[in-house]
Ligand binder design. Structure first.
Ligand SMILES: [Zn+2]
Ligand SMILES: [Zn+2]
Ligand SMILES: [Zn+2]
Ligand SMILES: [Zn+2]
Ligand SMILES: [Zn+2]
Ligand SMILES: [Zn+2]
Length: 490
């Protein structure tokens, strides 16, 4: 079987000579190959990202420190400092710069002071404009704007707002008045302790959500808050709930696709659930003898159990030519004359293109693609199989767990490479035609080929030489890093 494997490593260099790519691309390819030969230092890892995992208490302490810092720099109360910070997305330098330029303007722009003061509450008694009853001065409350209302009306108003989920954005009750209600005023008036707790909880969430350095872990009911110096689209792993996600957008990590593209893609996929059902069948017919074949591993290299024909699960092409010619299974070949076709034909072509990428994107979770937890099920199966195989060997005195550790390393590398490969499909789907797309598709194909080789070798690890497998791991990871280095926008 292994003699039919696609050529690997440096043999790949000859591939593009057979294909009719243009000169620009040849030049790109040569760079690509050169890159592969250099061992990258750690700092060159595009996925490297420093972050810390914090508890709610840690973050409260951290926010309080920032509030105190602004209190002493701007000489205002903690409640107002908090509002200033929130209004400025917790960007202290920006806030202080504005304060140096024009302190009064800063307070007005941040909706802490009114641009024009409405009135002085000089009188002994006042009529509340909401309930139209007359109250003594001490039962009236007003913000810096001077709009006075009775405390009962404020209380009811706060309760309604908080129940609707508004907290840091609660404004004065007077129409056309943008002055925000400070936390201390609100907490003094609110009569219901449970609503006050809700207010504090939601306010804290608002603070974390607007803070550029902080992100809630999106794991279910996970209390962890991640802190990183910059809001980059990098991978974060929560050690508590084991969720991994993109620090910038909170969705599953999606390199090389960017945050807005992956959002668009996932929305599109969710809107097309019928398509998902269409794809989710995980049986196909052998292209030679037409016997029905069920897919049971992650590898695309299938062998028919009846006629022993080797073929690609994804494109149903013969695996022999798949391996030896320029690998094109991952590339969608658009009809070049589609613009001249009927609207119906164009719509069909668009659907074909979408299905092509859809099937590849959800390849590892075909049973129920919308369920993210299942997406790595196949990898887990592979890992468990490997573990039991090692267990068997150890029981038969054929080496120790340490001797076989490399198989587990190979499986986890395979998982990582497949993950990146999966997220190359939405990227390619939305990419404009041109040289850059061609380069991307080339590198994607290279990665796909090496991932398939790795997968095949891992599934047959007993008959694969350890050095051969380790070499394959090396090649696959280099392909992955090269693609990310060239296409990951930071
Ligand atoms: Zn009132
Ligand atoms: Zn007002
Ligand atoms: Zn978590
Ligand atoms: Zn993102
Ligand atoms: Zn067959
Ligand atoms: Zn194929």
């Amino acid at each position: 079987m292994s003699t039919e494997m696609p050529s690997q490593g440096s043999d790949q260099d000859s591939d593009y000579e057979q294909s009719d790519q243009d000169d620009d691309l040849l030049c790109y390819y040569n760079n690509d190959v050169n890159d592969l030969e250099i061992d990258k230092p750690k700092s060159d890892d595009t996925e490297q990202f420093d972050y810390e995992l914090l508890t709610v208490e840690d973050v409260e302490r951290l926010l309080n420190e920032e509030v105190e810092y602004i209190c002493s720099a701007v000489h205002i109360s903690p409640a107002l400092s908090k509002m200033l910070l929130q209004e400025h997305g917790w960007q202290k330098e920006n806030l202080l710069k504005k304060h140096t330029e024009n302190p009064a303007r800063l307070l007005v722009d941040s909706n802490i002071m009114p641009s024009v003061k409405f009135q002085d509450l000089g009188a002994n008694s006042l009529v509340c404009a909401v309930c139209t009853l007359r109250y003594s001065r001490d039962r009236i409350e007003s913000l810096t704007c001077g709009h006075g209302f009775c405390k009962e009306c404020w209380d009811r108003y706060f309760q309604v707002q908080i129940q609707q989920g508004v907290t840091t954005g609660i404004q004065c009750m007077a129409s056309d008045c943008n002055v925000l209600v400070p936390e201390n005023v609100l907490c003094d008036i609110l009569s219901q302790p449970d609503i006050r707790d809700r207010y504090m909880r939601l306010t804290f969430m608002d603070h974390v959500k607007t803070h550029p350095e902080l992100r809630f872990c999106p794991g279910p009911n996970c209390p962890v808050i991640v802190r990183a110096a910059q809001p980059l689209a990098k991978k974060v792993e929560c050690s508590k709930c084991k969720t991994s996600f993109c620090f910038r957008c909170g969705i599953e990590y999606h390199a090389p696709t960017d945050c807005s593209t992956i959002k668009r893609w996932l929305t599109k996929c969710a809107d097309d659930s019928e398509t998902a059902n269409y794809i989710s069948a995980h049986t196909k017919d052998c292209p030679r003898c037409h016997v029905c074949i069920e897919k049971n591993g992650g590898c695309n290299h299938m062998q028919c159990s009846r006629c022993k024909h080797d073929f690609c699960w994804m494109c149903l092409g013969d695996w022999k030519t798949h391996g030896s010619e320029y690998y094109e299974c991952s590339r969608y070949k658009e009809n070049p004359n589609i613009a001249n076709e009927s609207a119906h034909a164009q719509a069909r072509e668009a659907l074909k293109k979408y299905l092509f990428y859809f099937e590849r994107f959800f390849h590892f979770c075909f049973s129920q693609w919308e369920n993210h937890a299942k997406s790595l099920k196949l990898e887990e199966q592979t890992l468990n199989t490997i573990k039991s195989r090692i267990q068997e060997k150890v029981m038969n005195n054929s080496g120790t767990w340490i001797d076989w550790q490399y198989l587990l390393d190979a499986a986890s590398l395979l998982k990582k490479c497949r993950y990146t490969l999966q997220y190359t499909y939405p990227y390619a789907y939305y990419m404009e035609k041109g040289a850059r797309k061609q380069l991307f598709e080339y590198q994607q194909a290279q990665l796909e080929a090496e991932v398939e080789n790795l997968s095949w070798k891992i599934e047959r690890a007993e008959i694969t030489d350890r050095g051969d497998l380790e070499n394959q791991m090396d090649v696959a990871e280099k392909r992955r890093l090269t693609l990310l280095k060239d296409f990951l926008e930071i």
